[in-house]
Design a protein around this ligand. Structure first.
Ligand code: ADP
Ligand code: MG
Length: 343
């Protein structure tokens, strides 16, 4: 009886066959990449002469659960989270490295699906896989390093927010948190809304074009991507900017219709939406009089931008509820790897 080779394990297939498979899957090389997979190091000549580098790691049991995460979801997300970091610096992604720690029992079909989804997202943004490493490991570990080119105006840093700046957020907040709850069976949302929320968690769409546009505009004072939760990430932006504070207007938070419905039905509350992580939206500050010009410049990108508050000289994060009355956030303020136990 013929054996389906896709059912082989990595132990049967072998490290070098896997690397050969990877090479065969790659598109024609990126013009800036002089030497890619196959030697001891890659060699590339970035057009602008300056390079931004970011790296992010995904570990089974810490960042994902294979019970509800497919190989394709993971391949996609491991690159998406890095693209989001690069977008948050206002840069353009160029070449990427993929280091994998894999159990010998990993199926070839699983790896093919993982690589196909990773390369699909890479191709979409013209990102070239330039190298990596493949080792045996008890748990699944994925480490991605992404290089990119900063805008001519320089990278947009977390530091740079000033009192009086308005705070803007792309897209919507809280969907990924709700999607994770659905996947964990802790929340039940059926139909298209449920599919949307799960997708927002498993297949985040990094704001690559928007980030590059914002970087090129030279108008943004400070920016980061929202990965740990809106409150926690705003705190990071404020402390990097020198300890200013912020007012956040709860009623202006951009919520998807699925999140709005969950809120209305009492399935979640504002504190959860404000502290749930992994939305991979961009949070940035700019002088209020610059927004019309900025909005016109990024109109073609097709991502909604919402003013959610402003930077204050008084330190701390102050939430304003309906009628601008203070709103209290009880409990935890975001994701910290060493202080939070939730997966
Ligand atoms: P070395 O032993 O010199 O570190 P390897 O055998 O680990 O080389 O890798 C051979 C080639 O394959 C290198 O160019 C490396 O960058 C590439 N490579 C290995 N694993 C991966 C991977 N998971 N993704 C992309 N490239 C990889
Ligand atoms: Mg190696």
């Amino acid at each position: 009886m013929a054996v389906d080779i896709r059912e082989q394990t990595l132990a049967d297939w072998g490290e070098f066959s896997f690397i050969g498979f990877l090479r065969d899957r790659l598109p024609a090389s990126h013009p800036e990449l002089l030497l890619g997979i196959g030697d001891d190091a890659s060699w590339w000549r970035p057009a602008g002469g300056e390079v931004l580098t970011t790296t992010d790691m995904l570990v089974e049991g810490v960042h994902f659960d294979l019970a509800y995460t497919s190989a394709a979801d993971l391949g996609w997300k491991s690159l998406a989270v890095n693209l989001s970091d690069l977008a948050a610096m206002g840069g353009r992604p160029a070449c990427v490295y993929l280091a994998l720690g894999l159990p010998g029992t990993t199926r070839r079909s699983w790896l093919e699906e993982f690589i196909d989804a990773f390369l699909e997202l890479a191709d979409h943004y013209g990102v070239q896989l330039a190298g990596g490493d493949t080792v045996r490991s008890e748990t699944l570990v994925i480490s991605v390093a992404l290089n990119g080119i900063p805008a001519a105006a320089g990278p947009v840093r977390r530091a740079g927010a000033r009192p009086g700046d308005d705070l803007y957020l792309s897209g919507s907040v809280g969907d990924s948190f709700l999607g994770l709850r659905c996947l964990q069976g802790r929340l039940s949302v059926s139909g298209p809304a449920g599919i949307f929320l799960r997708e927002r968690h498993l297949r985040p769409r990094p704001r690559v074009e928007l980030g590059a546009f914002l970087g090129t505009s030279g108008m943004v004072n400070a920016m980061l991507d929202v990965s740990d939760g809106l409150i926690a990430d705003l705190g990071h932006l404020l402390s990097a900017s020198g300890g200013w504070g912020a007012e956040l207007e709860i009623e202006n938070l951009p919520l998807s219709s699925a999140a709005r419905e969950a809120l209305r039905a009492g399935m979640c509350d504002y504190p959860e939406l404000l502290t749930g992580g992994e939305d991979f939206e961009l949070l940035f500050s700019l002088a209020p009089d610059r927004f019309p010009e900025l909005a016109a410049a990024v109109a073609g990108v097709g991502v909604e931008l919402t003013r959610i508050g402003r930077i204050t000289s008084k330190p701390g994060i102050f939430l304003l509820g309906p009628d601008r009355l203070p709103y209290q956030l009880d409990g935890k303020e975001g994701y910290d790897h060493f202080q939070t136990r939730d997966c």
